[in-house]
Design a protein around this ligand. Structure first.
Ligand code: ADP
Length: 315
């Protein structure tokens, strides 16, 4: 199987224990929890037993080492995660409101993630990879964009493959540089993994059916639409498969799309039948929301097998 590489941010998340508004008074917190969408993705991929590496940067501090040790323990090649002496690891504080909305305090823009780039170690893991996974939300600096587009050209040039999860909010597309980079990534993508309503941001089409047809016509091999608790849909030139989600009690939705995506990519690269890969990915997404903490809901292949054997898919 081909080794997977992803490039992007690592942060810790610290969560308010009780729901409420913001952080303008002392409150009870839990964490730090390892986080960052590409970090959650790559950790879940490693838990699937798939060889993988991450290109990133953390500070030489406990938040950084917490992440590195966690990824290493779960089987990720961490050789291209740079430890920067003069930077701090990014952090995000999150508090849920009673309504389900979230308040954040971020320290990410000026964190060690700003030093992610094409180090010799990054070039080495890219040279050894057969598949690139791109998290669209990570394309937030010129250096990350350069590294991702370099990896894309390298890996595609060698006959490798690319998966792409936009993981994006519409506001992000306001930066022209990011929009242009996302379009370049999409042009090189084999497997596209948008959440339901992200699809139309990437096609010049009036509705979902037209968008799917247009993107498949441009050379994408397959598109997987994530539909939250409703499950997911796989569409290729000759298959269209929908799979319902699993009924679970949602505790923390963060990381569901990343765990879903990693599990689908692992199945796809291993040559699993798309229906089987979809089932397993739905199971991973469902398990992800049952645990507090963005990366705490990752699951091994054995845990997925046990869950699937005992759970009831929602009709
Ligand atoms: P994203 O996190 O990228 O926005 P979704 O919210 O669609 O993506 O979640 C990704 C996948 O995780 C879904 O397709 C589904 O398989 C699973 N999932 C998410 N939320 C739930 C939930 N409440 N119950 C069961 N499965 C869920």
């Amino acid at each position: 199987t081909s080794k997977v590489v992803t490039i992007g941010e690592i942060v810790v998340e610290i969560m308010a224990v009780h729901p409420g508004d913001g952080f303008r008074e002392p409150i009870e917190l839990i964490g730090p929890f390892p986080s960052g969408a590409p970090a959650i993705f790559i950790d879940q991929l490693a838990r699937q037993g798939h060889p993988c590496a991450m290109v990133s940067c953390v500070g030489d501090d406990d938040f950084g080492w917490l992440n590195i040790e966690r990824l290493r323990k779960d089987g990720v090649d961490v050789s291209a995660i740079r430890v920067h002496e003069d930077a701090v690891t990014g952090s995000a504080f999150v508090r849920y409101r009673e309504s389900g909305d979230r308040d954040f305090v971020f320290n990410i823009r000026h964190s060690a993630n700003g030093h992610i780039g094409l180090t010799p170690e990054a070039r080495a893991v890219i040279a050894a990879a057969g598949h690139l996974h791109v998290m669209g939300s990570s394309l937030s600096s010129p250096a990350i964009i350069e590294a991702v587009l370099f990896a894309l050209d390298e890996i595609k040039g060698r006959g490798g493959t690319v998966s792409f999860d936009p993981n994006i909010r519409k506001e992000m597309l306001g930066f022209p540089e990011m929009r242009a980079a996302l379009d370049l990534v999409l042009a090189g993508t084999d497997l596209f993994l948008p959440s339901g309503d992200e699809l139309l941001l990437f096609a010049d089409a009036p509705d979902e059916a037209a968008a799917l047809a247009q993107l498949l016509g441009r050379g994408l091999k397959a598109i997987v639409l994530k539909h939250g608790s409703a499950g997911a849909r796989y569409v290729s030139a000759d298959e269209d498969i929908s799979a319902p989600g699993f009924r679970v009690t949602e505790v923390d939705p963060t990381g569901a799309g990343d765990c879903f995506g990693a599990t689908f990519v692992a199945g796809w690269l291993a040559g699993r039948d798309p229906a089987e890969a979809l089932l397993r990915a739905n199971a991973a997404g469902a398990l992800a929301v049952t645990k507090k903490g963005p990366m705490e809901g990752v699951s091994s292949t054995d845990q997925l097998d046990d869950f699937i054997a005992s759970a009831e898919p929602v009709a």
